[in-house]
Ligand binder design. Structure first.
Ligand SMILES: C[S@@+](CC[C@H](N)C(=O)[O-])C[C@H]1O[C@@H](n2cnc3c(N)ncnc32)[C@H](O)[C@@H]1O
Length: 222
């Protein structure tokens, strides 16, 4: 279930980024997205706050570089990357605008950023309460637990991206099915996924926000 969920999200992210370039993946986890990005060529650097995640990712991604640290303060030179991705990690940041300012500094002119994060809507506004209830009455498999994650509306994400100076900002809904659902419900949710993404934004679990740093790539219009 986790694999299907991740594949679906990472496919959407790949469509928003230039293939075969230099990528920085923020909150890279076990390197699943980096490995997929690398299948079309290109270089990837992964950054994560967790040493354990990075060790795991090194085992999965031969030849890529990794760095331990927070996505809010990035130890790289200005204009170093063609693309920046952040998959399901943005919601854990305490200072999301710092991360976006850093991303803007690190991208080359015309470089692209894509962030997939938890969206705040009718469905997800109930999730923290469901987690708390699950913990309270100690029922297993009711959600995965409350990690203090933040949920963002589309408007909030667009404002954050604009304030960081990104242009051509686009927002898409991604995924309704969530791995913490019980299997039969997950399968039904998965089948409904395309319909929900296109027609029922208030039920989509994640949003994918993409943008471009101003400027021209190699003197050409991106
Ligand atoms: C849900 S996992 C997603 C991992 C990966 N992007 C993926 O899609 O498989 C969230 C990741 O964000 C990382 N993380 C949380 N806070 C972070 C921060 N401030 N800076 C960098 N990484 C962070 C966690 O360690 C974890 O690996």
């Amino acid at each position: 279930m986790g694999r299907a969920y991740h594949q679906h999200i990472s496919s959407a992210l790949l469509q928003s980024l230039p293939p075969g370039c230099s990528l920085l993946d923020l909150g890279c986890g076990t390197g699943l997205f980096m490995r997929r990005y690398g299948e079309n060529g290109g270089d990837a650097v992964g950054l994560d706050i967790s040493r354990g995640m990075i060790e795991n990712a090194r085992g999965r991604c031969n030849g890529f570089e990794f760095c331990m640290g927070t996505a809010e303060e990035l130890p790289f030179r200005d204009n170093s990357f063609d693309a920046i991705s952040c998959l399901l990690a943005f919601s854990y940041l305490r200072h999301p605008s710092r991360m976006l300012a850093e991303a803007s500094r690190l991208l080359k002119p015309g470089g692209r950023i894509a962030v997939c994060t938890l969206s705040r809507n009718m469905l997800t506004s109930l999730v923290p309460a469901i987690y708390r209830l699950g913990e309270l009455i100690d029922i297993r498999h009711v959600g995965v637990g409350d990690f203090g994650e933040q949920y963002y509306t589309e408007d909030e994400m667009v404002i954050l991206f604009s304030e960081a100076g990104f242009l051509d900002i686009s927002v898409k809904r991604v995924s309704f099915a969530h791995i913490s659902l019980k299997k039969p419900i997950f399968e039904i949710a998965r089948k409904m996924e395309p319909f929900v993404e296109q027609r029922m934004p208030s039920l989509a679990y994640n949003i994918l926000v993409a943008g471009r740093k101003p400027g021209l790539i190699g003197g050409r219009t991106p």
